[in-house]
Design a protein around this ligand. Sequence first.
Ligand code: F0G
Length: 364
Amino acid sequence: MMTSKLRQSGGVIEHYREYLPVRASTPIVSLAEGNTPLVYCSQLSSRVGRGCEVFVKNEGVNPTGSFKDRGMTVAVSKAMEHCAKALICASTGNTSASAAAYAARAGIPCIVVLPAGKIASGKLVQAFAYGARIVAIDGNFDDALRIVRELGDGHRFVIVNSINPDRIAGQKTAAFEIVDVLEDAPDFHLLPVGNAGNITAYWAGYRDYKSHQRSTRLPTMIGFQAAGAAPIFHNRIVEKPETIASAIRIGNPASWKQACAAVAESHGAIDIVSDEEILEAQSWLAKHEGIFVEPASAAAVAGLFKCCESDQAAYSFQNIPEASRIVCTVTGHGLKDPDPITQRMKELKPVAASVTDVRRASGL
Ligand code: F0G
């Protein structure tokens, strides 16, 4: 077999090893994650105006379709270094898909604890396909995470939620990639917030890179929660979080304090966007920029519109410097959660298989 001699494309550990908690002896479990496109968006830029440049960091093109893979490669590699026999996580869907894939790659079992009936269909399909042991509970994500924490971890099984610092370490690499492409940090970074691990990771990543003189400045961090699941915005636990953006349907985020520190230190904000604004932004981004993201990811873009266009915004772009560079992270692929869109497909009625009928139906 030639394959072992072929050059394989490396993942985030290979690219950013010196910034990550791995050693020469750590067995690397990777699916060649990371190195995702930072897409310049001309339509978004002109909607923002003031000569600003808007980029979308498209994390939906990671191996399991979300940003979770960056953290998972580090968490699972470290778990293998510590001879873990299994992985466990609570999830709103993407963590479970990613954990299940990396566990399969590592050859160990993965147990996922999920809120019953609340996981987008594409994500649940992934967990089944990768062979996870799936436990659905009558409760929400916060209940699932509480149970996983109470089960505890150790050598027998390792928790791979973002309460595991190796997850956060791996997710910092998205900030590194952005700085590497832009040759400095952007002025603003916008992203959705659920359990608040990702905003924590980005901020840590930007700070690490600056302290290593890889950038000259730090961005202002602006995080968006769904209006019905906005504990950080309201500064209180939400017992029954509700939103169409099921990935961020979280009422008691694990990294709450760290998210507050990131926005305070960067002079940013946490704001809310409604389900309507989320779906509008999802559709707008697909139709104007060709980037199809899941609803939770669209919260960042809905948030950008709010900053520019609403007088209710927690952070107003009215006075931002001209020609600012803005990055929005879109965290997961649109195909993971097709349900809101498949409703519309029911309107599709077949016509006769003739040129005349196709011409008429297509409006040519
Ligand atoms: N976007 C997507 C697509 C997500 O899946 C998540 C979190 C977030 C944003 C929020 O990131 O939690 O770091 O603030 N999903 C977790 C999961 C909770 O279980 O898949 P966060």
